[in-house]
Write a protein that binds this ligand. Sequence first.
Ligand code: F0G
Length: 397
Amino acid sequence: MSKQSNAIFRDGVTLRCIACNYTTSAEPWLFLCPKCGNLMEVVMPSKNNFSWDVARKRRFGVWRYRELLPLSNDVEPITMGEGGTPLISVNRIANRGVFVKFEGANPTGSFKDRGMTVGITIAKSLGVEGVIVASTGNTAASAAAYAARAGLQCVVVLPRGGVARGKLAQALLHGAKIVEVDGVFDEALEEVFTEVVLNGKRDLYPLNSYNPWRLEGQKTLAFEIVDELEEPPDYVFVPVGNAGNISAIWKGFKELYNYGLINRLPRMIGVQAEGAAPLVRTWALKSRSLMAIEKPVTIASAIRIGKPVNWLKALKAVEESRGTFVSVSDEEIVKSMKDLAMYEGIGVEPASAASLAGYRKALELGIVDRDSVTVLVATGHALKDPDTISKYFSRGE
Ligand code: F0G
């Protein structure tokens, strides 16, 4: 890669394979390990001059933690003030100490904006024509909006009939080129992966979560939780689809710990829908290969994924944090969505309600206790999926 692209990254940042530890220099187009074919992760320099006091003078959001991000200070971010989302206590439906991190408050209504501000900033500095993503909807909406802001084209590859209406509308609104694939998300991802990663096409920069640079933006969710609570929680519940987010959030906590900015770590609990629970299966069987699901089924279309590309990263995150994976039924998801909406005023899409449903399941199973400090990540806004609301919620009379 040219000198120019390396100048995007902070000195000392490298890429390392998550399986064989092969390490190489920071490189925007390297997604798979040249030695063993597994995914790469970004490794931050061992020393860092980040200070909470300095950071807290900046706007609350992704770029507050600039020194903890791999982009060099000279790079001008493509930003809309993403992150800085509220941490809301939910005392009517849970004990004190339980909080919802409401990612629906991001510019396009989901946590994806945290990764997209970083990913699109890199794409812009590479001088590519545009970006491409496969998506169950939120990644598409976010990529479309940030690409528009950067003056880049955006191609979104979607499972036909598998994307909630609000998300599709956002992709249209921001002028993305929409390609529909017959099949589920996994087929859409496979298509983009083969074209861009395996065949080496370089006119469109891929921003799915096998791109480790995008995940760097998403790790700021951990920074914000610690920033607000002033210490790490005991547990973090995350809905899991392609499994990038849980991996990124764990990476964020680990980096704070390694830099001596926190002195303990939370346990990560991954939540999947029963009909789309490849990681719950893989975890339960202690398998070191993914127990994929060919035809994932759930009303939570955002996490209707049978072959999560980040499965190994997520397994490692949950294992290292001494957490676990739990599954929840569609009925439990809808019940949690209703309770968040009607008792706490928090409107989330179905996949996001999986965090609360998973927390309730974990309480039942004795995995967590009621008095632990717990954060439930509510990944996307209710307006993303109006059809599910119409289907399950009757008019109050
Ligand atoms: N919640 C919502 C609302 C999502 O949109 C997604 C993923 C997840 C949870 C799971 O996150 O994939 O990092 O494990 N949506 C992707 C998309 C797949 O295309 O928008 P993950």
